[in-house]
Each structure stands twice: as C-alpha cells, then as structure tokens.
Design a protein. Structure first.
Length: 201
C-alpha cells in the first residue's frame, strides 16, 4: 500500500515567507529553501530580520491567516485522498500551517514549532527531528508502507529519492536543473495522472 507524502509550501500553498515579505515589504524574507539549501542558516536570518524590523508573531499570524491554497490544490488533494493515503510533510511550523489546514480539508500534516519570547518576537524554532521528511518516509517504509513523494525544493529531494516514486511540482529552475532525472510538473492534473499510473501499476 502506498502513502503519498506531499510537501506543503509551493506544492499546495504559496510560500508563507514570500507572503510575509510581500505584506511587510521586507525583501530579505523572500529567500526560501528553493534558494538556500541550508535551512538553519535561512531560519536564523529570518528571525534576525523580523526582529530588526519589529515584526512580531501577531503580525505574522494575521498575514498567514489570509493566505489561500494555490489554484486547484484542494481539488488535487481531495482527488488524491480518495485514492490513497496522503500525509503532508513540511518544514514549516504549526503557527503557519494550522490556518491553512481548514482550507485544505484538514489533511494529516507533520510540521515543526516556533518559539516566541515575552515580547512577541520569534526567538527560535524547534525541528521534530533532523531531516524530518526523509525520516518520516523511512519510518513509513519501516512499518510496511511504500511511499511516493512530491515537493518543489532542495529539502524535498531526499524524500523523493528515498521513495519508490517521486516528482517535483512548481520547482525552481535551480532545483530542476540540479535534479534532471526527477520528473517535473507545472500543473496538478499531470501530476495526479502520474501518481495514478503508479497506483494502478
């Protein structure tokens, strides 16, 4: 039996940090794992930048609450969940992802946690485990599931390569160029068809 493991940001929803950058006008926040593979470096830069600009968690949560899924994402997810089990694996955080889950029909998601200081600023982040996406795929495989994986970023590649089948969707030029052997799609119907072919194989 297959479990399809999906990334969240850019795969199903806009990049939260890009939405925050757009709303605040802070261009430095536009960098994502599509641009910077070192996630710890990226997060430390984000936390520092937010504090320097006086952007607290309340403001961030109000921005994220207004983000909508990408066009067609919920229909794709609903169709896929009707055929097989799906788990969202994301390096994002509970405070960002939770409002989006209602809009996506409450899929199962594994995510991380931000810590906030007494002044309301993000002061750290807590990952469940190193390489959570890969660890989750291997854990599913260890209890008898086969996995398929879909993502868009450098931090999705290892879970894609560890799975029986995997694809990129909405990937940046850098990610696609660095992984020419991984099929890349720009639309949900084509991706769904590729997954369905493997489910039916």
């Amino acid at each position: 039996m297959y479990v399809v493991c999906l990334d969240l940001e850019t795969t199903l929803v806009p990049e939260f940090w890009i939405e925050i950058a757009r709303a605040t006008g802070i261009e430095e926040l536009r960098r994502t794992t599509r641009d910077e593979p070192d996630y710890d470096l990226l997060m430390r830069q984000r936390i520092k930048t937010l504090r320097e600009h006086g952007i607290g968690m309340d403001r961030i949560e109000s921005i994220v609450a207004g983000v909508e899924p990408l066009p067609g994402a919920k229909d794709f997810l609903d169709a896929l969940r009707a055929e097989t089990q799906v788990i969202l694996l994301s390096d994002t955080f509970r405070q960002f992802a939770h409002p989006m889950m209602e809009k996506l029909g409450w899929p199962t998601i594994f995510y991380n946690e931000l810590s906030v200081d007494a002044d309301g600023f993000i002061d750290g982040y807590h990952m469940r485990v190193d390489h959570m996406k890969l660890a989750s795929v291997r854990a599913l495989q260890s209890i008898g599931f086969d996995t398929m994986a879909v993502g868009d970023s450098f931090n999705d590649v290892e879970m894609i390569r560890a799975s029986a089948h995997g694809w990129l969707i909405h990937g940046s030029q850098a990610v696609v160029a660095a992984n020419p052997d991984i099929a890349h799609f720009d639309d949900y119907p084509s991706l769904l068809a590729a997954i369905e072919r493997q489910l039916g194989a």
